[in-house]
Design a protein around this ligand. Structure first.
Ligand SMILES: NC(=O)N[C@@H](O)C(=O)O
Ligand code: NI
Length: 162
């Protein structure tokens, strides 16, 4: 089983796959009588033939090392995972290679970071590592198929250190 070593999530490393939502640095705007920093328009919702919807996911926590058996993608829409707890979670992505996923990469978020997958990005499903596994998810609501799965012939093993 091929191994994948988890990397820290950074906006630069994640850029080919999506955006990182975080409150690093100065806010773009100070609002609410100076009591709130707005980190404005930090990710793009890209929805084809449908609308953006806001859902809640309550997912079972997983543990590392993790068998990565599949990745999926949504050709019709971006998908954002916004944690509702202050815990890191695992984000798996893969480049596209001739219509299928290339070698996956695994990122560990810092508490407070969220992510938005670009439309069509190969990714692992929502993977919390701690209870309560509660996330707000912003993705496409619409008719027609928007899920393509790829099951690896041999799973990868995602682990914390090399
Ligand atoms: N299927 C679903 O709603 N969730 C997945 O797309 C996922 O990435 O977790
Ligand atoms: Ni998904």
């Amino acid at each position: 089983m091929s191994g994948i070593t988890v990397e820290p999530l950074t906006a630069a490393a994640f850029a080919p796959y999506g955006e990182v939502l975080e409150t690093e640095g100065d806010p773009d705007r100070i609002i609410n009588q100076g009591l709130c920093g707005r980190f404005h328009d930090r990710a793009t919702l890209d929805i084809v033939e449908g609308r953006a919807g806001l859902s809640l996911f309550k997912a079972e926590p997983r543990a590392l090392p993790l068998r990565l058996e599949m990745v999926e993608r949504h050709p019709q829409g971006s998908q954002a995972f916004m944690p509702m707890s202050f815990d890191p979670f695992l984000v798996v992505v893969a480049p596209d290679k001739d219509g299928g996923p290339g070698t996956p990469r695994a990122f560990l978020t810092r508490p407070g970071q969220g992510i938005n997958f670009h439309r069509g990005t190969w990714h692992g499903v929502l993977t919390p590592l701690h209870e309560p596994g509660l996330f707000a998810v912003i993705d496409r609501i619409g008719e027609g198929p928007n899920l393509e799965e790829h099951w690896f012939t041999e799973p990868y093993l995602v682990h914390a250190t090399a």
